[in-house]
Design a protein around this ligand. Structure first.
Ligand code: ZN
Length: 294
């Protein structure tokens, strides 16, 4: 068992920008000693081309993003930003291969679920989960059903679009109904929660959603474990306690254990006003994954 990190890769942000670059190093540091933590490899270009539109990629690699596209992404475009995104996607791809071989794959990055086949948005250049699914099919002979459990506080709109017409992928998104993105896409199962939802209401909505997803009988699960569901998040609008997030993660891990299928965990969002809370919650997700499934 091992995890991948992009902590060694940075990019420049304007003063006061809310993107939580600190958390990648923080989570890797918090998990040190528990398992080997390897630098995420760069994703093969070929893998990106299996999933994303060629025109989008070709333009991204030659001209980068326009100012308008950068605004939609929410991050200033730079070569360093692109490099980091390539490695974040590579970490998910490698974690997905680990999952098929060993049952559990962990990326301490990724979960960039707002990336569409042909465009970047919401801090997401590449849809790492979509890239990994396409890669496993094309290169590892994986032909099974895939369940994406997206519990980030924001809808997995890009992922929903990637797999809208794919009967072998079930996308489940539990998110704040009033959160970004304002225009929601159609996942296989969307659960839109009101602002300020706390532990009990959240967990019962999750149990009901997992029960529906169970009927899909997946052979592989991806879990976007965003912790922007925590109370005090700058963007999440929900109000889970740290204990509520633990119970959420345990519910997912119990569910996957019951299915007896491999699991890939990706990080997702987390922008708490208290950075230490974000780091602690993300780290706890990976600890619980290890103790529940490794
Ligand atoms: Zn989010």
């Amino acid at each position: 068992m091992r995890a991948y990190t992009t902590a060694h890769l940075s990019f420049s942000l304007p003063e006061g920008h809310p993107f939580p670059l600190y958390k990648y190093g923080g989570v890797a540091e918090a998990l040190k000693g528990l398992l080997p933590i390897l630098p995420a490899p760069e994703v093969p270009r070929e893998a990106l081309y299996l999933a994303h539109e060629g025109e989008y990629l070709a333009k991204l690699f030659t001209q980068g993003l326009t100012r308008e596209e950068s605004l939609r992404l929410g991050l200033p475009f730079s070569q360093a930003l692109l490099q980091r995104a390539l490695h974040a996607a590579g970490g998910t791809l490698r974690a997905a291969e680990d999952a098929l071989e060993e049952g559990l794959g962990l990326n301490l990055a990724g979960g960039t679920h707002h990336a569409f086949p042909g465009r970047a948005e919401g801090y997401s250049l590449f849809n790492d989960v979509a890239v990994a699914i396409h890669w496993l099919r094309a290169k590892r002979g994986f032909g099974g059903r895939v369940l994406v459990v997206d519990l980030d506080a924001h809808q997995g709109n890009g992922t929903a679009v990637f797999f809208q017409n794919d009967p072998l992928v079930f996308t489940l998104s539990l998110h704040g109904e009033r959160n970004y993105p304002l225009k929601k896409e159609r996942s296989d199962l969307d659960v839109g929660l009101p602002d300020g939802v706390g532990d009990e209401a959240y967990l019962s909505a999750l149990e009901a959603a997992l029960e529906v997803a169970q009927d899909f009988r997946p052979g592989l699960v991806f879990y976007n474990a965003g912790v922007d569901v925590l109370k005090g998040d700058r963007f999440g609008r929900l109000a889970l306690s740290p204990e509520g997030v633990r119970r959420r993660d345990l519910a997912v891990f119990r569910f996957v254990k019951g299915l007896g299928v491999p699991l890939v965990v990706v990080m997702g969002g987390g922008y708490n006003r208290d950075p230490a809370l974000t780091v602690a919650a993300h780290a706890e997700t990976y600890r619980l994954a290890l103790s529940s499934l490794a």
